[in-house]
Design a protein around this ligand. Structure first.
Ligand code: NAD
Ligand code: TDX
Length: 341
């Protein structure tokens, strides 16, 4: 891969992927194309100064901007750009349809026109809906689509468009579906960094419903290593589920965070449930393990410890992320149930 075009590279996972790609493919030219929405943060790109790297401020729904930034000779597009927070999609879905669905189609069209050799769509386990509590059931690549939130539906829509581009036009595409990521630089609207930031400041932690919903957690670097491998080695047209076999109930995760920070469990505050809240995600990642030889390197203990330490030593990043519009979002999302930070 000589010329890589990464969208959404100023976000949580995209910025980790930009770092990994520059480290693993030092001869490559990497373009990071990002609209810098509320979730895009140039702080996330601090320290990236490789010669082959360039940042382009642009929107994936803007065809002309994408065509210009792609130029000639782009080998691969990796599409991270998205509206990514389920609760925001419940409050208003417009931006999710615009970026996640329309934006993906614009990228696919431009990829064809510019004869890009490979298109990787970074998708999510949420397109497959919710699993029952039965611990023997997992999402596989054969699981049907059953998206339950507007976010999940928009990501499922994007996957359908990627599939159609392959089937109809023969575009070389790969789809990856990962579970809940955690790690440095995650915007504190998401549960894990929200808990860490609140606990660090002795503020209550809002737990939705009964707190017994299950998520399958994976360190962001393990996710990025899987995407890089898929980019380089996957069969054209492949879809891979990515997970670290690390299912945990929300309440259990919350207690681990509080224990590691030495904070009391009395900070846990049960609040009203998320509408349509998916009960359980659990991923069978045996296909990517057997076909591409991927396996996670972080354990939950090592990954969570490092993650908490990162937020503790990057208090400025946390406070900048929690300032301004974040406070309005927080007040709207949690109302009077939990006082804004
Ligand atoms: P994020 O919200 O942290 O970052 C999204 C990035 O996309 C931001 O930098 C933002 O500025 C950019 N962006 C948004 N709209 C854009 C547009 N119209 N044009 C260009 N750039 C735009 O998200 P994340 O958590 O890093 O997730 C990245 C991708 O991975 C998403 O596609 C998400 O659906 C997928 N995913 C996330 C998780 C997770 O746990 N966070 C799990 C599985 C899959
Ligand atoms: O304040 C909260 N309290 C709470 O109990 C928040 C924000 C969340 N939760 C619960 C809801 C979920 O069961 O914690 C769990 C995790 O919530 P999120 O961090 O919002 O993630 P989730 O909804 O599971 O979706 C995530 O994983 C799949 C990402 O945000 C998606 O982008 C990804 O596709």
């Amino acid at each position: 891969m000589n010329q890589l075009f990464i969208t959404g590279g100023a976000g949580f996972i995209g910025s980790a992927f930009v770092r990994l790609a520059l480290a693993e493919l030092p001869q490559s030219e990497v373009t990071n194309f990002d609209a810098l929405t509320y979730a895009g943060n140039t702080d996330n790109l601090e320290g990236i100064d490789a010669e082959g790297y360039r940042f382009v401020h642009g929107d994936i729904t803007d065809r002309d901007a994408v065509m210009e930034a792609l130029g000639q000779g782009t080998d691969a597009i990796v599409n991270f750009a998205a509206e990514s927070h389920v609760d925001r999609s419940i409050a208003s879905a417009d931006e999710f349809v615009r970026t996640n669905v329309l934006g993906t189609q614009v990228l696919l069209d431009c990829a064809r026109e510019r004869k890009v050799s490979r298109f990787v769509q970074v998708s999510t386990d949420e397109v497959m809906g919710s699993l029952p509590e039965d611990e023997r059931e997992f999402f596989t690549e054969e699981s049907g689509f059953s998206p339950n939130s507007p976010y999940a539906a928009s990501k499922a829509g994007a996957e359908h468009l990627v599939r159609a581009a392959r089937h109809t036009f023969g575009l070389d595409t790969v789809i990856t579906r990962c579970g809940n990521n955690y790690g440095p630089r995650q915007f504190p609207e998401k549960f894990l960094p929200l808990m860490i930031a609140n606990a660090m400041n002795d503020q209550p932690i809002p737990v939705y419903g009964d707190g017994r919903n299950v998520r399958d957690w994976i360190h962001v670097d393990d996710h990025c290593r899987a995407i890089l491998l898929a980019l380089r080695k996957a069969r054209a047209g492949a879809t891979y589920n990515i997970g670290a076999r690390n299912e945990r109930r929300n309440i259990e995760v919350a207690k681990s965070v509080l224990d590691q920070l030495g904070k009391p469990h009395s900070l846990l505050t049960f609040v009203k449930d998320r509408p349509g809240h998916d009960r359980r995600y659990a991923i069978d990642s045996s296909l990517i393990e057997s076909e591409l030889g991927w396996k996670p390197q972080e354990t939950w203990e090592s990954g969570l410890g490092k993650t908490i330490e990162w937020y503790q030593t990057n208090g400025d990043w946390v406070e900048r992320a929690r300032s301004g519009a974040y406070r309005e979002f927080y007040a709207q999302q949690y109302g009077s149930e939990v006082k804004a930070p």
